[in-house]
Design a protein around this ligand. Structure first.
Ligand SMILES: [Ca+2]
Ligand SMILES: [Ca+2]
Ligand SMILES: [Ca+2]
Length: 368
């Protein structure tokens, strides 16, 4: 009775986790004619090394498969994995892991579609054509995927693949395509997804500098997405002005406006909306806020404004810029003569930045 109870418990646990990772292709019998069976593309044919399995992540999320183990029937009995997935191995959603028996497959230069490519840590997948059961255990040692070779042909000289990929039944790769295997690629030769879903972001600068100390100085921000720590431009940049003020461009170039602390924010443009922030300290700016307005008789009117504003000054204004309060450049005015049209601005508060003679001044404008 106890054994039956344990059996059902095992089945329940297995069924809740199975399906996260599925077998999509298996080559247990690589053809030995010349290099036609050189599946791992290392320029050598080897019945052992060129065997492979292709596993697909069905979860729709990044899947950390560190410590997952793969066994054939013989090694299962010995309790020695044919492959233990190295720490830090994370599959993107819809991505694949290819494990070869051995050899020297190069995941960068090889035609594996950017898939994660590994070789058996045991040195042999030992996929036995006369009948074998390949098992994948998760890091907790629970079996989550199985492939039973005994139901397929003894001597196919090609791989078995799902066709269509992921959802289809297994068939010989060459039955409906012009190639006999496709490690890392779909049956039609196109890659699987290699892009991670953004779990988190980090913001970095060259040399990890977090200060600007030259007048109007700039600092380029870079965002990397985790996992993978891949540089990404798929972020929206903004800056929250603290004791200091700054602006930031769409490509992450931060420009100092006034001394103090500002917080740079990067937000992923994908559906996750994940964001990261980095504090930057600004010093050495020539003109504190409103100095130009205070010292040089620069006036801005009307304020609040509906249609247009006029900026009058006793000095020659060289540039006028309109920023959102998040520090995003909304508009750069090129015509310094006459009223500035603000009719098109969305009602709210803006920072008007004027510059002249190496000085800056900021004025809060309310657009009605
Ligand atoms: Ca080879
Ligand atoms: Ca075997
Ligand atoms: Ca494939």
């Amino acid at each position: 009775m106890k054994n039956i109870y344990l059996f059902f418990t095992f089945v329940l646990i297995t069924s809740s986790l199975s399906g996260q990772l599925i077998f999509n292709e298996v080559l247990y019998d690589a053809p030995g004619i010349g290099l036609t069976g050189d599946a791992n593309q290392d320029g050598v044919y080897s019945q052992v090394d060129d065997q492979f399995i292709e596993l697909y992540n069905t979860t729709g999320a990044n899947l950390d498969i560190s410590g997952y183990t793969i066994y054939d029937a013989k090694n299962r009995a010995l309790l020695v994995p044919n492959h233990t997935v190295p720490a830090g191995t994370i599959l993107p959603p819809g991505g694949v892991l290819v494990v070869f028996g051995g050899g020297n497959p190069n995941p960068i230069t090889g035609n594996f579609g950017g898939a994660i490519v590994q070789t058996s840590t045991f040195g042999d997948l030992d996929l036995t054509a006369s009948g074998d059961l390949i098992c994948v255990d998760n890091a907790a040692g629970i079996g989550i995927a199985f492939f039973d070779i005994s139901q397929f042909t003894l001597d196919p000289n090609e791989s078995y693949t799902r066709n269509p990929d992921v959802t289809g039944a297994f068939e010989k790769h060459g039955d409906n395509t012009s190639v006999i295997f496709s490690p890392g690629l779909k049956v039609d030769g196109t890659p699987f997804n290699t892009t991670y879903k953004t779990d988190s972001l980090i913001i970095q600068t060259i040399g990890q500098v977090t200060t600007i100390n030259t007048p109007g100085g700039t600092l380029q921000m870079f965002a990397s997405s985790l996992p993978g720590n891949q540089p990404t431009t798929a972020v929206t940049w903004s800056v929250i002005n603290g004791t200091g003020t700054a602006s930031i461009s769409g490509s992450g170039l931060l420009t100092a406006i006034s001394n103090g602390k500002v917080t740079v924010v990067a937000t992923a443009t994908d559906t996750t909306g994940v964001s990261a922030s980095l504090d930057i300290t600004i010093s050495g700016q020539n003109a504190p806020i409103d100095d130009l307005f205070a010292q040089e008789d620069v006036i801005l009117y009307p304020n609040p404004a509906t249609d247009a504003i006029v900026i009058k000054a006793s000095v020659a204004i060289e540039q006028i810029e309109i920023y959102s309060l998040q520090g995003k450049l909304v508009e750069r005015i090129t015509d310094m003569n006459g009223p500035i049209d603000v009719q098109h601005l969305v009602p709210g508060a803006y920072l008007i930045r004027v510059s002249a003679k190496d000085k800056w001044g900021n004025k809060l404008l309310v657009k009605k």
